[in-house]
Write a protein of this length. Structure first.
Length: 291
């Protein structure tokens, strides 16, 4: 029911009440009829004025209602547009949800496969760990042996470097000694008769073409004489009568006069530089007289 209809119904009720009052008043007293009629007319005029006011108000309310209705229609249209947009978004979201569910199922399947593979790898890792536990002592032993070999190699390298320095020093000394001997022989030749080659060889031995060096391989004593075998032979320029010099830690300890020789070894008799001196296996041997 609209507002105008309600207003008209209200007015009809008012009119009915007014007429009822008039009838009662007319029946109650005819003497004041005119006065009452005037009063009723005034009341009617006031009622009409009120009705006019109500109609004006009703018109204004109707205009506001129409305006509100138009605004509601526009709002409803906007709501419908928003609902359609939201429905489109909902459909897109549902499609994405479906895709995400499919991706989730794929991930679940992949996870199952990875779990199975991980279990297999863990078993393999456990087996490898057991094998590694077994091999660890062996590896540690090899590491220790390698460290010992490295230390020994370093020591040998240092000894070799030191020996090379000593050999170089001794070779320089031998060259200087040979030079002095040559000069002494020349001076002796000028002063007196030239000594025989045999006498010179007895002093300096049969010289080698170039300075050579090696080591003592064996040491033996026979008839109160010490004999040694060295790793120098005829291919090194050593011959019978060659005089070799023995050094220990850079110090001259003995001479060796070669008695027999083959291509790779030579055997000779030892003459110690001092009574306290001693020759041993691996002592350094060089060609030329000692000094």
């Amino acid at each position: 029911m609209s507002i105008l209809t309600k207003i008209f119904v209200l007015l009809q009720l008012v009119f009915a009440l007014v007429l009822a009052v008039l009838v009662v008043l007319f029946a109650h007293g005819q003497q004041n009829y005119k006065k009452q009629v005037l009063t009723d007319q005034n009341a009617m005029i006031a009622s009409q004025a009120a009705l006019l006011n109500e109609q004006t108000t009703a018109g204004r309310l109707g205009a506001e209602l129409a305006q509100a209705t138009r605004a509601n229609i526009n709002t409803l249209g906007n709501f419908n547009d928003k609902i359609l947009a939201l429905q489109g978004k909902l459909a897109s979201a549902q499609s994405e949800i479906a895709q995400l569910k499919a991706d989730k199922q794929s991930l679940v399947n992949s996870t199952s496969l990875l779990s199975a593979a991980n279990g297999s790898q863990q078993q393999q890792l456990a087996a490898d760990s057991k094998e590694l536990t077994k091999l660890r002592p062996v590896v540690l032993r090899y590491i220790n042996e390698n460290a010992q070999l490295n230390r020994h190699n370093t020591q040998l390298t240092n000894e070799r470097n030191e020996a090379q320095k000593q050999i170089q020093t001794l070779q320089e000394s031998i060259v200087a000694l040979n030079t002095r001997l040559a000069r002494a022989v020349a001076m002796q030749h000028q002063v007196a008769a030239t000594p025989s080659q045999h006498a010179v060889n007895a002093v300096i031995g049969v010289p080698t073409a170039v300075a050579v060096n090696g080591k003592i391989q064996q040491v033996q004593s026979y008839n109160n004489r010490v004999y040694v075998s060295v790793n120098l032979g005829s291919r090194d320029g050593v011959s019978k009568g060659t005089r070799l010099t023995v050094y220990k830690n850079g110090h001259y300890v003995a001479d060796v006069l070669v008695r027999s020789v083959d291509p790779t070894t030579a055997v000779g008799v030892v003459t110690l530089a001092s009574p306290s001196a001693k020759v041993m296996v691996n002592d350094l041997v060089m060609s030329g007289p000692g000094m």
